[in-house]
Design a protein around this ligand. Sequence first.
Ligand SMILES: O=C(O)CCC(=O)C(=O)O
Ligand SMILES: [Fe+2]
Length: 273
Amino acid sequence: MTWTPIEADVDGILARHPNPLMALARGETPAFVLRGAYDASHCEALMERFRQRELLYDPRQKDDGKPKRVDIGTSFGSHRADRDKFHEHSAQTIELFATLFDGYADPVKMIYDTLAALAPNKKVMTAREKDGRKYGPAIFRIYHEDLGHGPHYDSVRKRSKSFDYEVAHFDHQFAAVLCLQNSEDAGRSGEPTLYNCPWTPQLQESLTDTTFADYAQVHDTERVQIHLDPGDLYFFFSENYHEVPAVSGDRPRAVLAIFFAMSEDREEIYVWS
Ligand SMILES: O=C(O)CCC(=O)C(=O)O
Ligand SMILES: [Fe+2]
């Protein structure tokens, strides 16, 4: 059987995989793709609102004109070095998101609700420290020309090793991404590729003298590209290598993303961005 994403609604996914997250972690399927999870017209309306509020701008026409990803929300990776600032930034994001979607369906709530439906018997919540301080609940990411992600995996536990943060104390890490807008050349770039290859210490040893891209080429590692239209949501095991080839053209790729951590023996699922 080839490694193929499952495109279905929540009930269809549960019918095939009663424990969808573990099916992803075990590599039984690369991703769950929920088409039209969010109203495409609301995607467009929110993008317009972000522009009007100057949350969204073209980085090529600002400051030094260098390409950089525009984030609306709190990136754990960028802020974790300063704990106080990280939690302060997260609190501001929570406040911003409380009214940012007024008049439209709340896309963050939609992703949390969908995750909760895919994880029966779990409690889905924004990640928090023991003292109650929270992480950013989700993040909008806008990739203008030349921006993407080279091959990488995401794990606070295995890669970032931020053991002083609660999210490092779970066994598995995943991501969910909602497409708000595709880049001009979507299909050729700006769309994610997932590899059937989780990071392991053994794999790391094989990468001592080579890059993952070359390794995957030589080993003919199974891979799939996920094509998304605005409103489509996908879930994947972010400990598998994955990449998003850099966008080209004038229209940026825009997504709403979450990361989340889960252990089979813990009731909570901790979500952050
Ligand atoms: O945007 C995507 O589809 C994946 C993003 C990603 O891999 C990341 O943010 O680490
Ligand atoms: Fe990633």
